[in-house]
Ligand binder design. Sequence first.
Ligand code: ATP
Ligand code: MG
Length: 196
Amino acid sequence: MGGTFDPIHNAHLLAASEAVYRLTLDKLLLIPNRNPVHKNSEGVASGEHRLAMVRTAIRSLPRATVSTLELDRTGPSYMVDTLRALAVRHPRAELLLVAGLDTIADLPNWHLPEEVVQLARLVGVSRPGYDGQDIVAAIHRPLPGARITLLPVPELDISSSEIRRRVRCGEPIDYLTPASVIRKIREFGLYRNESR
Ligand code: ATP
Ligand code: MG
């Protein structure tokens, strides 16, 4: 499960927890990206701060670990490079790419999408406003070989952008992200003066 995690929030954690439980995963890696290719990376919190927030958030999440694969690599964070590296490192593993349906819908625009879907089965986690069946059909047009599993979860209308907006405006973010993440946001002084 890749992401900017700026910051990690309860919908990420619910998706991770449900994926582990429903798909009986041996291991789930949360992989914070370095230079989000599809986002304006200006103003993204440092990798170190995002990593610290992911670490504290997943302390009680069974089978989850954080991977610094993308943070340790220079240049843009292409998922295809990450999957290639994981396939080399774990040659016997079946790789699954867990992502929200907004992210899955965008996959045909990624770098080397054909190879991405060869390397991993896609797991599309429901997200408010996105229809799983429509997105599966839309993916299969350009990528007929894509293997996709839809993972329905209780939908939470939470986004990192909304959390950043709330912090900037001095509004509460309780129950949108764990208390330990809120403490890190305060400790690091994140998101207070942003133009985004
Ligand atoms: P931003 O608002 O900055 O884009 P975000 O909340 O979308 O942040 P990302 O770091 O972009 O979080 O997303 C990481 C992964 O988590 C993506 O696969 C995304 O689709 C998924 N995701 C994020 N929020 C939700 C949500 N509310 N429900 C389901 N999946 C989500
Ligand atoms: Mg996003």
